[in-house]
Ligand binder design. Structure first.
Ligand code: FES
Length: 456
């Protein structure tokens, strides 16, 4: 080993016993108790932050992902060391998953600092998990690569394609307004989440997956393969291999996740019509690196970036359609002139290197288009970040009393969610406009509960 280099592998971060030789001796004794040989212990050590949990069906493919990542690490000559961290699911965290995001990021950061590893594979997917992992890794600063669990498959209800979570709200609103009965709401409940994996729309989970790829933190094509596909497992294997390369190169995450990468993330957020929550997470990630996100610049960027992806909640398709249409690389290629091409990625290339390959027809999945499937691309100039509220606006057409009450509750939730955080940058004018349209619709409604409206 090069004496000028800091210690690596199990020699890193020794436990403090007042005698470093003894610390290493004891550590090796314990790990050998698990059956490891000296040969294995001399390899680059790759930690794998595993967020499998029975409380998190969005990460329900964790056993298969772990197996594939470990295979990739071993193929590249590394030693995989999976370890658990907190896992957060949107529907199983009370009072709200956001309350726990920072705790998860601290858990991730401290385990990356405390345990010996030369690089880490972060496996996350559900809304708050990927931001939490990237925040923790940014603070810890070691080589890190993100593996996304992948989206769920869509289901089918009475000839209608459905998927969480846009359709969940739509059907629940129909039930509340008595447009569908008890039997049907039970029936659709079985179809909304057709497999393990993250929500199938361009909600926060899919958005953060796309941003992770755009910021160079996943292998090319890492954002969109659904959770239960062979492609997702191949991405996992590739991620394991790449983690060993990162360890050997000592390419820390802070060299990848910089201003240029964050700017690429913001640009892609606009181009995919992604979740407004992403700005909250990007701001927190940038904060870990001492970078301030310029919301005025983001606003300006929004006025010059076309919305290209036509997925629910604002559009028509689902994540599996984006994957079939070529994945995020297809979007990167379209906006390449607006991206920082010199940004480093986990492959050591610029972000657009992958897009260049796709443009040249090199590669497999990334060069194709949807064969007979719905188009997931659109060309729209206006900013369309108002996911939740776009839905609300649509829902305002139904003016029955239970529906209106539910709608007002949603608006209240959205107001609380966004107003404080984004302040005047609630900008995102379409978002505000949707809300105002919906409220003005409500004001003309015979059954409007004005006391509820007054809360808005
Ligand atoms: Fe996990 Fe939607 S609840 S991604």
């Amino acid at each position: 080993m090069d004496a000028s280099q800091p210690p690596s592998g199990f020699k890193k971060g020794l436990t403090q016993y007042g005698d470093s030789g003894f610390s290493l001796f004891l550590r090796k004794a314990f790990i050998k108790g698990a059956g490891y040989t000296d040969d294995a212990l001399d390899r680059p050590v790759i930690g794998i932050a595993s967020t499998g949990s029975a409380y998190n069906p969005c990460h329900g493919n964790m056993p298969q992902l772990l197996e594939a990542v470990q295979r990739g690490i071993q193929l590249a000559g590394g030693l995989p060391m999976p370890f658990p961290t907190i896992s957060l699911h949107e529907s199983f965290a009370s009072p709200t998953s956001m309350f726990l995001r920072n705790l998860m990021s601290m858990d991730t950061e401290e385990m990356l600092r405390a345990q010996p590893m030369d690089a880490v594979v972060l496996i996350g997917g559900c809304d708050k998990t990927v931001p939490a992992q990237m925040m923790g890794a940014a603070s810890a600063g070691l080589p890190a690569i993100q593996l996304i669990t992948g989206s769920m498959l869509t289901g089918s209800h009475r000839n209608q394609r459905v998927g969480a979570c846009t359709d969940c709200r739509r059907y629940w609103a129909m039930y509340r307004s008595e447009a569908i009965d008890e039997d049907e709401i039970h029936e659709v409940n079985d179809q909304l989440v057709a497999s393990v994996g993250t929500c199938s729309v361009m909600g926060t989970a899919s958005t953060m997956a796309c941003l992770a790829e755009a910021m160079g933190l996943t292998v090319p094509g890492g954002a969109s393969p659904p959770a239960v596909t062979a492609d997702r497992m191949r991405v996992a294997e590739e991620t394991g291999k790449q983690a060993v390369w990162l360890a050997r190169e000592r390419l820390g995450i802070t060299r990848i996740l910089d201003e240029r990468a964050l700017e690429n993330g913001m640009r892609v957020l606009l181009a995919i019509g992604g979740s407004t929550n992403a700005i909250v997470h990007l701001t927190a990630m940038a904060g870990r690196l001492g970078i301030e996100i310029d919301l005025d610049a983001f606003d300006k960027m929004g006025r010059e970036t076309p919305v290209l992806v036509d997925l629910k909640p604002t559009g028509q398709g689902y994540m599996e359609d984006l994957e079939k249409a070529g994945g995020l690389v297809t979007v990167l290629r379209e906006i390449r002139k607006q991206l920082n091409l010199d940004a480093l990625t986990v492959t050591g290339d610029g972000s657009l290197a992958a897009a260049d390959l796709a443009a040249a027809g090199v590669g497999t999945r990334t060069s194709g288009g949807a064969a007979g499937g719905p188009s997931v691309f659109r060309t729209e100039e206006p900013i369309q970040l108002a996911h939740e509220l776009a839905d609300v606006s649509e829902m305002a057409v139904d003016r029955s009393e239970p529906h209106v009450r539910h709608l007002v509750e949603l608006l209240q939730f959205a107001h609380d969610e966004f107003a404080d955080v984004l302040g005047r940058h609630l900008t995102l004018w379409p978002l505000l406009q949707c809300r105002l349209d919906a409220v003005s619709d409500l004001l003309q409604c015979r059954h409007t509960d004005r006391a509820l409206l007054a809360r808005l």
